[in-house]
Structure formats: structure tokens, C-alpha cells
Design a protein around this ligand. Sequence first.
Ligand code: 4AD
Ligand code: MG
Length: 479
Amino acid sequence: MKRTEIKSLLQTNEFNGMVNVKGWVRTKRGSKNVAFIALNDGSTIHNVQIVVDVNQFDVKKLEKVTTGAAISVNGQLVQSKGKGQTVEIIAEELEMLGEADPNKYPLQPKKHSLEFLREIAHLRFRTNTFGAITRLRHAMIFAVHKFFTERGFYNIHSPIITGSDAEGAGEMFRVSVLDPKNPPLKEDGSIDFKKDFFGKETNLTVSGQLEAELAALALSKVYTFGPTFRAENSNTPRHLAEFWMIEPEVAFNDIHDNMDLAEEMLKYLVQYALDNCEDDLDFLSKRQQDAEKDKKQDERQMELIEKLNFVLAHDFERITYTRAIDILRNSKPNKKGKFVFPVKEWGMDLQSEHERYLVEKEFKKPVIITDYPKKIKAFYMKQNDDGNTVRGMDVLFPQIGEIIGGSQREEVYDKLYARIKEMNIEEKTLWWYLDTRRFGTVPHSGYGLGFERLMIFVSGMSNIRDVIPFPRTPQNAEF
Ligand code: 4AD
Ligand code: MG
């Protein structure tokens, strides 16, 4: 018999036919005569209930139907009499596909901590939480492509192995086939990378932006959506060493167009989640409310769906860095010494405590900060006439802080070249990037959305390790 997915079974109106379902047992309960099996196949957060007349089946076989086991069931689909479900299956045949020894299977039908689930990341897909997150993640990936496709953007695959440092921050993982114990050396004793696989030093990319710019200067509107890697030793709930980034790049756009695009995109993605992921969001909302109970009143987050609607309902506040510093300097937490990093001088980098203050306390909505000091931003940002600031923009969200970083790009060759020199960036790794400023250069802008930061926001999870299947963080690359 052909298998029917549980999702479509639960939506059906045709009863009293035979169906086949396959899946993993969530729970089995019941009495001497009748057993109820809750079966899930990942197509939806909901389980289907299998009703088993115990007397009609081999006792030994039924005993093995335990949490985590995989089974195939043929039975009659009937309207359910039980509360909270619409259909159930009266089992006629039951086949064991894969047992799960209850003495060894680590996922029991009780609440497990997220920390524990990270240690069994190979099995955590089988929980309601990670099932919901995985489906939501897929929906968001699809929505990203849909958003850009509807607006005439082309998706570019930027390289994963590169010879340049797009952010100029030196936080890269080396890619090499040289023997680390015995590398070929040059006469001066340094490693001879000419003998390496690519004949030069290469790394995993920190961003696809530079290559996206090349494409935008021909196709006008492009975006990348790829894995990016950062060897920064940040052990926070918002940092991964391997994460996915969406980077649109648009020719002829200035910083204001760039902000408009970012705001429109974020709202589109949130709306898509609300429209298409109702069951999973309902579950995640309840989970979040549960987790919030342990927190102090003033640290509690807004209920998930309310929070998503809240973002849709408000224009993002747009302020300059200079204004942000003024507000922060005069803020209560700063005056009372509550910030870990006190706000004193113009020129300091903003920490996530500052970003969150602006969003959650001062403006109570998402904030876009522009015109940062050039000293704290990357070489490629468009320089303002004041000589001190650049046309960069960060989009700040509640709970997260920075969710997007971007800028208008410096399109004037001499200015870009001078900045590269000033920042001691190796010009020879960027000759091709500089070339675009010599041939048909135009104003252009783009930004990067950290996909997992978006996922934290739409799922209401509080740790970035729980919104990507297999997180890569310092000292952790197990699965
Ligand atoms: O601000 P970032 O470093 O900007 C860039 O990489 C630019 N090249 C983007 C562009 O203009 N095309 O990173 C962009 C976003 C951040 O706002 C954040 O959401 C996310 O990427 N991000 C991280 N997410 C998870 N873990 C990390 N270690 C991250 N670092 C940045
Ligand atoms: Mg940034």
C-alpha cells in the first residue's frame, strides 16, 4: 500500500478507507485491551493516533513498539472520538521497521533541556521543538528566494574558498593541503604557499559580498545565500563559526534605497512565517512562554506571534550613529553604570547591550543606525564628505541586536584605493575588486542578513545553537 503523509491524513474528509502510515513512535499508552500510539513522520508537528486492539496482535511485537521505534501501520482511517484530534487509524497490520531499545534510547517522552538536546543533535530532529524549527527554517529559506525572485533579483553562488578577506577583519579559517608538521618553506623560513593546492593562501569565505558586487555591476540586482565562516572566538548565544548569510547587492541604490529594501525584506519574511507556519509558530510560542516563566518580569519577551506582528506594524526608526551615541550617553543605564561597556566617547563600537537598549527601551521598535565612524567599519563602505563617517547601516532587532549589516559601497576608485592602503589591506588580493571601480563604476549598495539571527527572531528560541541543525562554535564540531 502506498504511504500517506500524516499531514495530509489530518486534513482529509474521506473516511473509512484503508491507509498506510509510516513514522516514529512518540508515545504508547493504553490498557490491557487497547493501546494508543502517537505516530509522527515530520510532515507536521501533529501526531496521528493509532488505535490498537491488543488482543489481535502478537504481544511480543507490541512490546517493542516503544518511543523512538519506527513502524509501518495499515489500518482504517476513521473520524476520531477523542478530544483534540480529528482522525485516527484503527490498526489492522503493524510492521516493525526499526526498534529503539527503551533502556538505551535517550529521548524519552518528557521535557529535555536544550543543552542536553545539543549533545544528541543527531536525534533532536525527532523532538517537537526541532521538527518545528526545521520546517520553519525551510519556509524561511524558500521565502528568501521568493522575495528576491518576485523583485527580479538573480541568485549568485559566490565562492566558498577565497584568497581575499571580504571584511578585512582577519577572522578566517585557512584552507590548505600542506602537511602542517612539515610544510614546504621559502628561503626566509616562511611557509611556501606557492606549493599549496591553489598556489596561494586561501581561506573559507567570511562573506560573498565582494563577488556579489561584481555581478551587480552587470546584472543590477543580485543576491547570495550561502554559508559563511568566521574564526572569531565569540561564545555568545548569537554567534556561530559557520552560519548562512543572505547578501543582496543592487546597482544604482543608495543607502536609503538599501534601508528600504532591508525593511521590506524583513517584513516580508516575518509575514511569510505568519501566513505559512501557523502550527509550528503556535507550538514555538507556547514553548517560549513556558521558558519565559523562569525569567524576571522585566526580562520577559513579548509573546512570539505578538512580537512578529509588532514588527510588521511599525516603521523602523532610522537614526545616525551620532544620535545613537547621544541617546546612549544620556540614558539611565549608562548614568547608573549598568552597561558592561559604558558609553563615553563618539567613535566607540556599539555592543549588543547598547543596541538592545535602543530597540527595546528607547524606541520600542526595530532601529536602523547609519553613518558610523569609518574607524569601526570595513574598507568598502562609502565615505561621507565629513571625512570621519561612512554610509554603513546596521538593522537592530529586539532580543538580537544586529540582524543586518550593510552599506552603500565606495564606488570611487581613488577613495577606495586610499582606504585599502590606509587599512593595510593586501591590495594584490583585491585587484579584481578594484578593477570594477575603473570600468563602468556606479553607486551601489547591499547588506548581509544573518540567516540564523533571523531564525532566532521568528522562532523565539534564545540560543543560535538551536536554530541550525549542526552548530559550529568554538570547541564544538561533533556532528
Ligand atoms: O555585519 P557583517 O559582518 O556584514 C558583512 O559580512 C557584509 N559583507 C554584509 C554585506 O554588506 N553584504 O555580517 C552581516 C550579518 C550580521 O548583521 C549578522 O546578522 C550576521 O551576518 N553575522 C553572524 N551571524 C551568526 N554568527 C556570526 N558569527 C555572525 N557574524 C555576522
Ligand atoms: Mg556587522
